[in-house]
Design a protein around this ligand. Structure first.
Ligand SMILES: [Fe+2]
Ligand SMILES: [Fe+2]
Length: 211
């Protein structure tokens, strides 16, 4: 049985949450597509891109929260370090999408604090169930994100090379996170769990598109 997180760990987690939602994210790797010239897009195209990138930014907020929640309750130190490594890359995704939203003149979702809190709770619960399931949940999340990002590559204007470069890069990273979770011993989730996850991410993506 895992000992419950200490008060110190909870305070650190709360602080990370506040910084994730409210402070600008930092990236070590250069933002993909930065050297691409900003192509002339119509106002409608800019608005569409900004909305899609807002959804992706919120997805990254949720990823941060899931990873932090899972890392807080994960038992095995190897699983924990895999989670923390992936979480660092998710911070970069957060920074890239945030920057792109600014370039497009858009704004971040108003509901990010709510999404963060909900995802953190889900992550912490997954971590408590045990590492194989925790990693299984992670692998399935990442696979669903890859499918979601493929959908966005269909919808993003072809003219928007910068957003597309970011989404392409994120897609590769997420696929790698899924593979890494599997190599750390992820269990395959039952189909109803996968369906519930698809449904909750649908609620998130459709809400963040507008709000
Ligand atoms: Fe990500
Ligand atoms: Fe990921």
């Amino acid at each position: 049985m895992t000992p419950l997180p200490s008060l110190d760990q909870l305070i650190v987690a709360f602080d990370k949450g506040l910084r994730t939602v409210f402070a600008p994210a930092q990236s070590l790797r250069e933002t993909p597509g930065r050297d691409l010239a900003e192509a002339g897009m119509t106002e409608d195209q800019c608005r569409l891109s900004a909305s899609l990138m807002r959804v992706n930014h919120t997805g990254e907020i949720c990823a941060q929260a899931l990873y932090q929640g899972q890392a807080l309750t994960a038992r095995n130190p190897r699983a924990r370090s895999a989670l923390e490594q992936a979480a660092r890359e998710e911070t970069e995704h957060l920074a890239w999408t945030e920057r792109r939203i600014e370039e497009l003149g858009g704004r971040k979702s108003l509901l990010n604090p709510v999404f963060y809190a909900g995802s953190f709770a889900i992550g912490a619960a997954a971590g408590l169930i045990g590492d194989r399931w925790n990693l299984g949940f992670l692998a399935e999340t990442e696979r669903q994100v890859v499918t979601h990002l493929e959908g966005h590559l269909q919808r993003l204007p072809v003219e928007d090379g910068r957003s597309r470069a970011i989404v392409e890069h994120m897609k590769d990273d997420e696929a790698r996170h899924a593979t890494s979770a599997v190599s750390h011993g992820a269990a395959e989730l039952p189909e109803p769990a996968k369906a519930a996850m698809r449904l909750s991410s649908k609620v998130m993506t459709e809400t963040a598109y507008w709000l």
